[in-house]
Design a protein around this ligand. Structure first.
Ligand SMILES: Nc1ncnc2c1ncn2[C@@H]1O[C@H](COP(=O)(O)OP(=O)(O)O)[C@@H](O)[C@H]1O
Ligand SMILES: [Mg+2]
Length: 410
């Protein structure tokens, strides 16, 4: 996927002598030391990452970790102290003020936590505001505004004033106003954090639904792991101005970089975010690679199952695709009845599990049918097996991680 935003070694120091603070950082001093000695605040330190076109990239971290500073550096609402911000190949950090203003109007849109609507303008006028500033004529901008109000479910409220709307609806207007200019990059800073949990979930769903249709590039700031995992394709976790880990939700869950990251798992149902492919194991179940001699294959598999005290095996063809699952019993019956192929022996209950099935759904299946289940990709290629034992082990690991996270919190 092409990269929309590339950030390289980006720093922001708030204070009168940023050069001095930079020297201290390079000499290995910490944010706290610099603050104590100089009173200057390191907002972001040595941030490097890339955002792919069409993805939702979430900046996540505790309050004060530098999320807002970083997202505002992207459109230079905050001036960088050092580093590069490439937007579609163009260096935002080196851009003239004039070019920057044009870029913000046409190509970047920001949604804030405080809805920042203009109280004396109607919902429609608020939505069309960015287009008006960009010089779009009235008819065209109102047509476009109606279109996006429709997308966020507010068409019938177009002529109301913002004060007549609930918080959730006001934030829909904020979203519509950002969408109206058809930005190639949307920046959303805690956009849903002021809403009550129900409205917040509703907005997350709306964003995901719009994203299915429009595939925008979105940088989204959140302090909430549940929100980050729910909407983020990838997440950058920030601590003390630094990015400590970047990855997909499953990557971060599988391999949290430290106790700070693990502490976020507390109170989050991480099983929701793990997929069958994350727990499938290659060494759990016997694989049968069918040869021209099906009876020899059966006899050999029976032998191997007995030796390893197992009951089940998967049949995987030369093309790496899964054919089906068999048991010791069905193999013996096949031998007895003189079957000339393995194909008639497959067990219905060992049907394939798609790689992207959630762990929660997988648990449901394993509980109903406690057999090893084969996990396959979209081409039906075998990726590994999930058994009750594998699942239980995974749950224990998750639990241990959560406890370590809790301990790290104190
Ligand atoms: N305008 C500013 N002047 C001085 N310090 C600031 C300013 N804005 C933010 N900071 C400081 O920079 C650090 C990062 O803040 P911020 O980016 O707002 O974090 P977050 O959005 O993760 O809560 C904090 O220590 C904060 O106090
Ligand atoms: Mg913030």
């Amino acid at each position: 996927m092409p990269e929309k935003v590339v950030v390289k070694n980006l720093y922001k120091v708030y204070g009168s002598e940023p050069g001095r603070a930079m020297d201290m950082l390079r000499a290995g001093q910490t944010k706290d030391q610099i603050f104590q000695q100089t009173g200057m605040v390191v907002g972001v330190t040595d941030a490097s990452f890339a955002v792919n076109e069409g993805e939702i990239f979430v900046l996540m971290g505790l309050s004060g970790s530098g999320k807002s500073t970083l997202i505002r550096l992207l459109n230079r609402l905050v001036e960088p102290t050092h580093g590069q911000i490439l937007l579609g190949g163009q260096d935002v950090a080196a851009m003239s003020k004039k070019a920057l203003i044009a870029l913000r109007r046409k190509d970047l849109a920001m949604v804030f936590q405080s809805f920042a609507l203009l109280p004396h303008l109607s919902v429609l006028q608020n939505t069309a505001f960015g287009l008006e500033v960009a010089g779009v004529d009235r008819k065209a901008r109102e047509r476009r505004a109606m279109e996006v109000l429709d997308q966020v479910g507010l068409r019938t409220f177009a002529h109301q004033m913002p004060a007549a709307l609930s918080g959730g609806m006001q934030q829909r207007v904020g979203l519509a106003r950002a969408l109206a200019v058809d930005p190639s990059l949307m920046l959303m800073d805690e956009a849903f954090s002021a809403l009550d949990p129900l409205k917040r979930t509703e907005m997350q769903e709306l964003l995901l639904q719009l994203q299915k249709e429009q595939q925008r590039t979105i940088v989204f700031v959140s302090h909430d792991l549940d929100e980050a995992f729910h909407i983020g394709n990838r997440i950058a976790i920030m601590e003390g101005g630094r990015i400590v880990q970047v990855g997909t939700p499953a990557e971060i869950l599988r391999n949290p970089s430290d106790a700070y990251v693990r502490a976020f798992f507390k109170g989050v149902d991480v099983k929701k975010y793990l997929l069958a492919q994350d727990v499938a194991r290659m060494d759990e179940t016997l694989l049968i690679r069918p040869s021209a001699d099906a009876r020899a294959d059966m006899a050999q598999a029976v032998e191997q199952l007995r030796q390893t005290r197992r009951n089940y095996a998967f049949v995987v063809g030369n093309d790496a695709r899964l054919r089906g699952g068999v048991s010791l019993d069905t193999l013996l019956r096949g031998l007895e009845s003189g079957a000339s192929s393995l194909d008639g022996l497959y067990l219905d209950d060992m049907g394939p599990v798609p790689a992207a099935l959630s762990l929660n759904a997988l648990i449901g299946r394993i509980v109903r049918h406690p057999l090893p289940l084969p996990v396959v990709d979209a081409q039906q290629r075998y990726l590994g097996a999930v058994t009750q034992t594998v699942l239980l082990q995974k749950m224990v690991d998750i639990d241990t991680d959560a406890q370590i996270g809790e301990a790290g919190d104190e």
